[in-house]
Design a protein around this ligand. Sequence first.
Ligand SMILES: Nc1ncnc2c1ncn2[C@@H]1O[C@H](COP(=O)(O)OP(=O)(O)OP(=O)(O)O)[C@@H](O)[C@H]1O
Ligand SMILES: [Mg+2]
Length: 483
Amino acid sequence: MSSLKPSEIVKELDKYIIGQNKAKRSVAIALRNRWRRQQVPEELRDEIAPKNIILIGPTGVGKTEIARRLSMLTDSPFNKVEASKFTEVGYVGRDVESMVRDIVELTVNKVKSKEQKAAIPKAEQITEERMLDLLLPPVLHSKKKKENQNLEDEAEEELDEAEEELDEAEEELDEAEEELDEAAVQEQEKDSPTRAKLRKMLREGKLDKRYVDLDVSEQNMPVIEVFSNAGLEEMGINFKDMLGGMMPKNSKRRKVKVPEAMKLISQEESQNLVDFDKVVKQAIERVEQSGIIFLDEIDKIAGKDGSHGPDISREGVQRDLLPIVEGSTVTTKYGPVQSDHILFIASGAFHAIKPSDLIPELQGRFPIRVELDSLARKEFVRILTEPKNALLLQYVALMKTEGLDVIFEDPAVDEIAKIAEEVNSRTENIGARRLHTLMECLLEDILFEAPDMDTKKISIDVKYVREKFKDIKNDDDLSRYIL
Ligand SMILES: Nc1ncnc2c1ncn2[C@@H]1O[C@H](COP(=O)(O)OP(=O)(O)OP(=O)(O)O)[C@@H](O)[C@H]1O
Ligand SMILES: [Mg+2]
């Protein structure tokens, strides 16, 4: 489990997210608390419930982004769900418990592929042996056996002789046995001179053009694709898995080139080496002890019912959510999973409704409320340039592929930020997302013409920015459509 200190977590988040220090601090504390809980004596450990968080802030200020980066930072099981999807019309099948099932599924896959990776060296060893078995002409095998047989016969003859002359006999017997042992050992180690030679050739890639016959196992179940999992989902039953297990595994003999055969064999072997029961046990343990579920758009399930037509009752969704957040046992196809210690981080814009519009029981389960700041010109400049994945860096890298160096002059960046702020205040405040639309519009010509340009270098200056947006930004209607 991640043992990053809160300050280190914030530092990592700083690489991608500008500002929002309060939010960064509280998620960092929550994450560290998971680790702290693990160090507490066991009797007390079960008593310590996670302090769930609600991130509150207008759209486009980094709520989802914080969650996304957090998930990359920790290796805790992490799942992000949109709370709103539980209220969607005609989507009754999707029940709230599915978010726990999904995080288990994700974690099982993650643990499995990690174990498989760990098994690669061992699998490669086995693969090489299996490959040599395939490559070694069977004739050689039988010849070898014959040789052994001859040796044995000889030894026996000698034994007969030895019986006649007792003194000599013992000596010769020893010798013969020794010889026999040697032959057996050689056979066991499978390093006959031919095999050793082949092994060398195999490792040097000299056999890459050769073909071998390989039994490739394949499951063909064309029927299954017709069915969906609808309805069965609640039971945590996966139809495909179920039928897949019942179908006999077909194996088909194919002629494949050595390198491909090696890959196929090694895949099969690394799968065989992984103990799936152990994987499941570990995955469930990790979900229960350190899982994080990010509940995006939680405000969409708050508020008065009935105001939006035939929606599924939002309060109903909240009531469904409650036991999971409070801690209950969810049945999954891998077995029961306790949700008591899963950390929930919720987020929402909450502009028309407040957290107090959530049902009281649920409010109590989210004791930490953090407000995110809305973003202005100063932050926009930083968002454009500072993060590791900054928007400007992305465009520069894209244009570089056309052999074009694009340079953004500082005053131009400031101008873009200024326009973003202006448009946000005059039309709708969509936060940093405005920068995305602005940049597309700004660079449209260059993005289109880049491959045909003779110049190798373009500087974007204030003039270019102003010129580009001159007509649009002063026309509210136009900016509504374009920016
Ligand atoms: N503080 C920030 N620092 C860096 N980039 C940001 C920041 N805020 C937003 N962005 C950028 O803006 C985009 C939208 O942000 P995000 O998805 O986090 O919005 P949100 O707060 O979840 O909004 P919504 O309530 O609409 O879901 C992201 O692609 C992100 O790169
Ligand atoms: Mg979001």
